[in-house]
Design a protein around this ligand. Sequence first.
Ligand code: HEC
Length: 150
Amino acid sequence: MHRNSRLRRLEDLLVGIIVVLTGFSFVAAAAASGERKPSRPAPEGWELAGDLDNGKLIYKQYCQKCHGKRGNGQGTMAKDLEIKPRNFTDEEVMRERSDWQIYLGIKEGGAPVGLSEQMTAWEDTLTEDEMLDVATFIRQFVQTEATGDH
Ligand code: HEC
């Protein structure tokens, strides 16, 4: 009797551990795959169509030092950051992001969506068009990789 109830408790404990571990791995998988929700939905019919050339200039001036010349997240400042800048050539993560999420990430920064606070909001520095332009530019890092036509 005594032995049985101890065994039962052990079983309960094991089941508990498995449940917790499964929960963790789901959360970890979601974090690793970068699933995130934007802080608010895109307006009806919103489309990203910025100026690529101007976006490149903006990127070079403001973003490259962290996100890297090739968008791989290895800019000169990246080594000082605990949470590394997004690698824009990471297809797996970038394909999960909508254009709207990329744009909002630039406009409002990382904090509202649970990303690093080191990614600051740019809405006070850049104009609306400049944010759209640089978002458009960031998009081509994956397309470049995927199609190799640049
Ligand atoms: C001080 C370094 C730094 C600078 C400068 C910087 N970023 Fe970031 N950026 C980060 C970090 C760190 C993250 C968050 C990564 C994380 O939390 O996983 C990030 C995240 C992002 C994201 C979110 C990607 C996603 O996963 O949704 C976008 C978009 C972005 N940056 C664009 C830009 C643009 C455009 C500029 C220039 C206007 C810029 N960043 C300048 C460090 C920087």
